[in-house]
Design a protein around this ligand. Structure first.
Ligand code: AMP
Length: 461
């Protein structure tokens, strides 16, 4: 953990020095977390819509698990030798001394929920998706935050390799929809299963290979060797990568079932037109994976800027107290997707554009403006007014900020005559119309197809 400075124990000098260095207001977001401001929300909303649309098309239903769980849910599922559990969890005690943890990833909570709500009694597979924030005490840097959003999809209760292929294809389709698929390449591997001669034998041989070579490993890998030797294969330190190249390869240890499964999956991916790289150093950080593991890597930056990944976890439901149940899933990072969309110049459609601005002068006009705005909104015209601003000129400045195409202006004369001015902001032209026809006139100008209407009960997404 980074040392925390306690302001109560700081000397006055230190406090003044810190204060003079501080730029901006005294309260700022904590390190590694950020506000999602309106411009970025347009990206978030769009991504969520695309995910919901594609997930629904495939029969997935949405699940939201709580933001925190009992710590054991993560210790047990993710595995206590992983980076996440050993150093990245936000763990705290509640007032009764129970250990709770902000969720660092989505699968553990979904599996806990699957078991808690007896979903094994439903027709299998159960297909669930989530779009939620996660929390990891990571070293903040570009694309790496302490609170970040992921969407993830899980298929529980089916063991066929076609399910893995379909899920990877779905992920790829979402990336295509968002305009970033060309930036990424699928990396895929099989890390075998728990059959005696499959991964367990590989792990023993891997440990034997590294025995006596510990001096050449980085500190982290020496520490991982006895507990989680697979992770040595994906270490990015130069000496470790040299050794990893010489290390035994999982593909030579796959049992016949895992071999057949992986072969089928690659064929199915080819059939679906998805390009991939077979990467025998890809192991993923988490303990619970079996057979398929995959990630989408940035074509130029590699693993550093992976957009998401996942794999099969056929043993996890049993580890969590259920009957043996096959499953596969993935998660993708929304902030990283947005960074890539921006870098690619992807423009997202927005519904935040305002159709019409109502300006008024005098109390009577203000009263009429309130009624008019209500009517305009009721027919689906997105309407704003600057009710607190005085002069028309100041109000029209606000209208400019909203970039509205039309303004309705009512002053003392218009109220007296029962009229209103409709101003075309682009052309700078205007016309006087009867007050009763304003809604109809503006509707015509905006076009029925652009109205933003909602009928109660209608599905909005
Ligand atoms: P993981 O399950 O750790 O592979 O995470 C899946 C995806 O979530 C990654 O490929 C990233 O896009 C995203 N992600 C993971 N950790 C972070 C983080 N600390 N900050 C931002 N995005 C993250």
């Amino acid at each position: 953990m980074t040392p925390q400075i306690n302001p109560n124990t700081m000397t006055d000098e230190a406090k003044t020095a810190e204060e003079s260095q501080r730029v901006g207001p005294p309260y700022q977001t904590a390190k590694g977390v950020h506000d999602i401001l309106p411009d970025d929300h347009e990206f978030f909303t769009y991504i969520k819509k695309v995910v919901r649309h594609r997930a629904r098309q495939h029969g997935f239903r949405r699940i939201t698990t709580p933001t925190f769980e009992f710590t054991d849910v993560f210790n047990r599922s993710i595995g206590d030798t992983t980076d996440i559990v050993s150093k990245e969890m936000y763990t705290f005690q509640d007032r009764k001394g129970r250990s709770l943890t902000l969720k660092p990833e989505g699968t553990a909570g979904v599996v806990r929920s699957y078991l808690q709500h007896n979903m094994q009694t439903l027709p299998q597979p159960v297909e669930l998706y989530y779009i939620e924030p996660h929390f990891r005490y990571d070293r903040p840097q570009k694309g790496r935050y302490r609170q970040f959003w992921q969407f993830g999809l899980e298929v529980i209760g089916e063991s066929d390799s076609a399910i893995d292929a379909q899920l990877i294809h779905l992920f790829y389709t979402v990336l295509q929809d968002l305009g970033v698929a060309d930036q990424f390449k699928l990396q895929i591997n099989s890390i075998g299963c728990s059959a005696k001669n499959c991964r367990p034998k590989f792990v023993v041989d891997l440990q034997n290979f590294y025995m006596g070579k510990e001096r050449n490993l980085c500190e982290e890998c020496s520490y991982r060797l006895p507990k989680n030797p697979l992770r040595l294969l994906d270490c990015k330190k130069e000496d470790c990568t040299i050794l990893a190249k010489l290390a035994p390869q999982m593909r030579n240890y796959l049992c016949p079932e895992c071999k057949e499964f992986h072969g089928e999956l690659l064929l199915l991916l080819k059939g679906l037109g998805i390009d991939y790289v077979e990467n025998d150093k890809l192991v993923r950080g988490l303990d619970y994976y079996t057979k398929t593991v995959f990630e989408f890597w940035d074509k130029s930056q590699g693993a550093q800027n992976a957009i998401g990944g996942g794999g099969r976890y056929d043993g996890l439901i049993e580890i969590m107290g259920g009957l043996p149940t096959p499953a596969v899933g993935f998660a993708a990072g929304i902030e990283r997707i947005i960074e890539n969309m921006k870098a690619c110049g992807v423009k997202v459609p927005t519904k935040d554009d305002i159709h019409v601005f109502v300006a008024q002068l005098g109390f009577n006009a203000k009263q009429k403006a309130l009624l008019l705005m209500r009517e305009l909104r009721e027919v689906g015209l997105k309407t704003v007014g600057a009710l607190g601003k005085g002069a028309i000129k100041n109000q029209l400045r606000v209208a400019d900020r909203f970039k509205v195409p039309y303004c309705v202006i009512m002053g003392i004369t218009e109220v007296r005559d029962g009229t209103a001015i409709i101003r075309d902001m682009k052309r700078g032209s205007q016309k006087i119309v009867k007050y009763e026809t304003v809604v109809e006139e503006v509707m015509k100008l905006i076009g029925a197809e652009n109205l933003d209407t909602y009928t109660p009960g209608e599905v909005l997404y």
